[in-house]
Design a binder for this molecule. Structure first.
Ligand SMILES: [Zn+2]
Length: 404
């Protein structure tokens, strides 16, 4: 009997409508990783349908989107300012989703958004270009927040070595930056784009317009876990001081409540479709897709601003048996852009492709050797997912096996 790592379900089940498997973790849980919470994964019902597909049915048939739009207008009316002050914070990178969110709030709903960006680890050329277009073409104000690179690189390295989750410190920073800037600028409304839950996280999240303020609380910052290590242990090594961790320390729930800061998802109010966001961003903020597809998938326009992004998905492939093509195809099947059969073929073709293009940059960025890279990767291959045959690692379960 093999023992699944990270508390993953022993039996691998793929959703019969999309291509996601029950190994997919919830990203809200990934965020809580720093508190060492247990991992929860997407549910697949007795009918073989996953939580995300089930929510999609609700989205299609049961939600009165006209009513939701009225609710959005009512919410915005409470916050709208005409005195030259910002009235909503939109966190994002200037990718298709945040470009759409910020532009539509400003130019359709008459708000005055301040967009805030937690800088990617290392900008790609196309990412920087799109970031510039967001302000230059889209006509939006932005604050680019770049954390101490020496610390951020170290935390990313630790997150890779200890958790095989190099994006964990980035996710922490990105989640905090919105409410943090709202509190600083005296803005009470923060608007994220899609509710991440839509893609398979804690599904009850989809039914709420707001993110719980408690979500941001860290308690004692010295006890906070980043990159799989306690902050106080990193500080004790005298590498860094507690002050260096300022950008990772979330504003307290009580502090946010006092200032009346609310965090909402636009995807709760407007029917969200990533491809439509892309078309909107091309039209309105000068957004451009990449000239080539991203390694590990077939898509060209989502999450293209960071050189190490593909390593996030490479590590999900190793830990959960699902890579970037799986995530992309699952979403596109749900939104009727491709059929399941096409999705299965795309997953078979691209999911396991190794991200060579920025491999050297990634090793340099986190300052490890190739040997350390592979030793770490192989340490995280759960025996219920991977088997070594003829010196090569192979997935025991793949969506194309199930659907022969
Ligand atoms: Zn599904």
């Amino acid at each position: 009997m093999t023992k699944a790592f990270f508390g993953l379900p022993e039996d691998v089940v793929f959703c019969k409508r999309c291509v996601i498997s029950n190994q997919r973790p919830s990203s809200s849980v990934e965020f809580k990783h720093r508190h060492e919470d247990k991992k929860a994964t997407i549910g697949i019902g007795a009918d073989g349908v996953c939580d995300a597909c089930r929510y999609h049915d609700v989205k299609e048939a049961q939600i009165d989107w006209g009513k939701r739009d009225h609710a959005l207008k009512a919410l915005l009316d409470q916050h709208r300012r005409n005195d030259g002050g910002y009235d909503v914070i939109v966190p994002g990178s200037g990718g298709k989703d945040s470009a759409y969110t910020s532009h539509i709030l400003k130019y359709k709903y008459g708000m005055n958004p301040l967009t805030v960006t937690w800088a990617p680890h290392k900008y790609t050329q196309i990412g920087w270009k799109n970031f510039e277009s967001w302000t230059h073409v889209g006509g939006l104000d932005n604050i680019l927040f770049t954390p101490n690179g020496r610390l951020h690189r170290y935390l990313t390295q630790q997150a890779f070595l200890n958790l095989l989750h190099p994006f964990q410190p980035f996710i922490v920073g990105q989640r905090i930056i919105g409410p943090l800037m709202a509190a600083k600028f005296g803005v009470k409304l923060v608007m994220y784009g899609e509710n991440q839950a839509e893609y398979g996280n804690a599904s009850e999240e989809n039914y709420k317009p707001t993110m719980d303020r408690k979500f941001f609380s860290v308690g004692n910052p010295e006890e906070m876990i980043l990159g799989g290590r306690k902050v106080k242990d990193i500080v004790a090594e005298k590498r860094f001081t507690l002050n260096d961790f300022a950008p990772y320390i979330a504003p307290d729930a009580a502090y946010l409540e006092e200032r009346g800061v609310e965090v909402h998802y636009l995807g709760y109010y407007l029917k969200w479709d990533p491809q439509e966001c892309y078309y909107y961003a091309v039209e309105n903020t000068g957004f451009q897709a990449n000239s080539e597809r991203t390694e590990g998938t077939y898509s060209k326009y989502s999450s293209i601003d960071d050189q190490i992004d593909m390593f996030h998905y490479f590590t999900t492939l190793v830990k959960f048996g699902i890579g970037r093509a799986t995530y992309d195809a699952a979403q596109e099947i749900r939104n009727h852009k491709i059929t399941r059969e096409e999705g299965v073929n795309l997953v078979r073709k691209y999911d396991q492709e190794f991200p060579n293009k920025y491999y050297k940059e990634f090793l340099e960025y986190i300052d490890i050797t190739e040997e350390q890279f592979w030793e770490t990767v192989d340490r995280f291959r759960s025996p219920h997912l991977w088997v070594k045959a003829d010196g090569k690692w192979k997935l025991k379960h793949a969506v194309w096996h199930e659907t022969k």
